[in-house]
Design a protein around this ligand. Structure first.
Ligand SMILES: *Cc1c(COP(=O)(O)O)cnc(C)c1O
Length: 478
């Protein structure tokens, strides 16, 4: 690997100038008095570096990083949009950030969550929310546990769940974790759920319902959505809506009106909070009235009163995370919703769709677009027709040389060599035009100078990695 990224361990000088604090004047404790000898490491090769050097090292590393605040980040299914910095400031207000959940005086925080819940209910058409799930997939698990408990309480054996092949990868994983087995439905040529197959699958008595990603991973809205929920309900099932990517729907349509019973949202995608930075997320789920008793406890019924279902109601699936979930993320999302208002949220939806379709129409001139229809927040190109054995990976790597981030690649699996592009609503026409220009240029390079792509990236801090070697012989520690 060619790289100019240095590990801090390589910087150890062995005789670093120590800082200027005076010598310690308290008694040193023998290590074995605190940690049993068997647990002690004999050799602890920490780098010996001056504090200033450490700071410079990490600042240097941070400059080599790339994020939404550096440039265009069209990572499909991730909604890498610009998040207003005011929301960060609001989340850091000490009266929010310094409070302990067991403190008596946390009425303000409860009120905020209560009001936020009401806002999400209005946005989604659901009747109640929990904020405990810490991520989208965690929300899925919570929702599925609710479905499971609901049927268990009715003494009905329903341990299968229908999931179309256009679902996000976490859907089948969460269903499996919740103890369901999966009935996979193959999408039709429009990328939608085939109703006759759905009907057939639902007639099996042990199917608990459907888990639908909408818009699905092809960026496509299922036009028969009301028929889907009707068929599932007619056969005694429940409908779960994966609303991780609610961006294009905001203010336009609501999962509740489509007939869904449970919805999860990703606050760290649609509702401000940087996504992809490895920080805390939040995947609240909303449910219709009859499922509220199944929500994790405690559940806020009014800002003055917190109902704990362990005492009052046996239906709750119990706790799925400590206290209230990732409260900081909730604050950001609430500030975001208040700042935009109903009109602003609707504009988010409209612009996300407009931007994606602008790119879709201009990029399909050169690149293959397997599902050629109006998309929502994203669309997926394929590697068909790429010249000179150029692969999707080569395209993605070459884009980096132009100071852009790459789209999501090789996902969804139902498209060969997928290139999944999500521009988000926060990009200007100028940045979208630059992306198109780069994509066209890269296509021409693929025709005329394929080696340029095969060796890319050429001017990033880390060059092309040997992915096969990395997988076969992972170097997990220095
Ligand atoms: C991102 C995403 C998820 C999973 O969310 P995490 O927070 O990463 O667990 C689920 N479904 C869809 C459609 C997504 O885009």
């Amino acid at each position: 690997m060619t790289s100019n990224v240095t590990l801090i361990f390589d910087k150890s000088s062995g005789n670093a100038q120590k800082n200027f604090t005076p010598k310690m004047d308290i008694e040193e404790v023998e290590l074995q008095d605190i940690i049993p000898k068997s647990f002690q490491r004999i050799d602890l090769p920490l780098p010996d570096i001056h504090e200033v050097e450490i700071v410079r090292h990490y600042i240097d590393l941070s400059k080599k990083n790339y994020g939404v605040d550096d440039g265009f980040y069209p990572l499909g299914s991730c909604t890498m949009k610009y998040n207003p910095k005011i929301n960060e400031i609001v989340a850091r207000i000490p009266k929010f950030s310094q409070i302990h959940p067991l403190q008596d005086e946390n009425q303000g925080c409860l009120e905020l969550m209560f009001k936020f819940s009401k806002a999400l209910e209005e946005i989604t058409g659901m009747d109640g929310f929990t904020f405990q799930p810490a991520a989208g997939a965690h929300g899925e698990l919570t929702g599925l546990l609710i479905i499971k408990k609901y049927f268990e309480d009715k003494n009905m054996k329903k341990d299968k769940i229908i999931i179309p092949d256009s679902a996000h990868g976490t859907n089948p994983a969460s269903a499996k974790m919740a103890g369901f087995s999966i009935v996979e439905l193959q999408s039709n040529t429009d990328g939608e759920v085939p109703l006759d197959h759905l009907k057939f699958a639902m007639q099996e008595g042990d199917v608990a319902g459907i888990m639908l990603t909408n818009p699905n991973t092809l960026g496509v809205f299922d036009r028969q959505i009301k028929d889907i929920t009707r068929i599932v309900h007619e056969n005694g099932g429940l409908c779960y809506y994966d609303g991780a990517n609610l961006n294009p729907m905001l203010g336009i349509c609501r999962p509740g009106d489509m007939g869904f019973d449970i919805v999860h949202l990703n606050l760290h995608k649609t509702f401000s909070t940087p996504h992809g930075g490895g920080g805390p997320g939040s995947g609240p789920i909303g449910v219709i009235e009859k499922l509220i008793p199944y929500l994790p406890k405690p559940y806020i019924i009014s800002p003055e009163k917190v109902v704990n279902y362990r005492e009052n109601n046996d239906n709750s699936i119990g706790r799925i995370k400590a206290f209230w979930g990732n409260f900081g993320v909730i604050i950001r999302a609430y500030a975001y919703i208040l700042a935009l208002g109903a009109e602003g949220l609707k504009r988010v939806g409209q612009m996300a769709v407009l931007n994606a379709n602008y790119l879709r129409i201009l990029l399909k001139k050169k690149y293959n677009l397997p599902y050629d229809r109006i998309c929502q927040h994203e669309f997926v190109l394929s590697d068909k027709n790429l010249p000179n054995d150029i692969t999707t990976e080569d395209i993605a790597k070459r884009i980096l040389d132009y100071g852009l981030y790459a789209p999501t690649i090789y996902f969804p699996l139902i498209i060969n060599g997928a290139i999944m592009i999500e521009p988000t609503e926060t990009e200007s026409k100028t940045s979208l035009d630059y992306f198109i220009e780069v994509m066209e240029k890269v296509f021409e390079e693929a025709q005329n100078n394929p080696d340029l792509l095969k060796n890319a990236p050429n001017n990033t801090p880390v060059k092309r990695l040997d992915a096969v070697l990395a997988a076969r012989k992972p170097k997990l520690r220095d």
